[in-house]
Design a protein around this ligand. Sequence first.
Ligand code: CAA
Length: 257
Amino acid sequence: MKYIRVEMKDHIATITIDRQDALNAMNLKVISELKEAFESCIEDLQVGVIILTGAGEKAFIAGADIKAMQKMKPSEALKFGKSGQNLTRIIENSSKPVIAAVNGFALGGGCEISLACHIRIAGENARFAQPEVRLGIIPGWGGTQRLPRLVGKGKAIEMITRGEMTDANTALQIGLVNYVVPQAELTEKSQEIAYSILKNGPEAIRTSLACIHKGYDMALDEGLELEVQAFSNLFTTDEATEGLTAFVEKRKPDFRS
Ligand code: CAA
């Protein structure tokens, strides 16, 4: 792959977008390589957690490739928008938790890709924005839909209509990110969270993510029914036997051998 690197260590797959001369901006090739990387990590039984980051000190992803969009006809923009949205669905529906380690600019499509991840950790230098209206367009990879769901309608409307950058500490205050850490500690913090997830049952994690995502747009009673069915189904698994027995036997569970 030209723009994407995947490194594996202790069940953690780190996917890095490396197109530094364009601040990791995403054209169709980057989208397609990222899709391939995610699909293969999600399928790989050795992978328990995925970390997504950008190469270099400056940018996570500076957005969709503006130079590519400049020449697009509406039909091409539709295809481009759908490719980006399709990628966000793959990330969001991943059965493995996806952590965005936001190491700089997360703008436009870059902010939207981070919104599709399950946990966001920002370096102190991170800057978030949906600046599309400044270009005479709107967010096209889920920003108008996921941002209000995450930070509330009022904050999302302000971010999307003003297009201004939000710094890391403000992002923390409004619930856009889970943690802010010094830039030098971003990898360590992301890995610390990944390791804490890896101690837990993979099937239970997969089921939790599915219930949260499927249930989010359901009526409460429907979501509760989804949850209780999934809860009872887990009692058929070796994983639940191991987890419950380990507690009773006063030992740590071993979910991954
Ligand atoms: N697309 C294409 N190229 C980009 C880019 C983008 N989104 N962002 C940065 N670049 C390129 C620049 O054109 C420049 O390349 P050249 O040297 O070949 O001209 C290189 O990256 C470095 O950028 P700058 O010189 O501009 O760096 P800077 O430090 O002065 O500014 C910045 C950094 C504030 C991030 C600025 O580059 C910028 O504003 N970028 C655009 C951000 C943006 O508007 N993103 C949203 C895109 S729209 C979108 O994403 C739609 C969607 O919802 C799907």
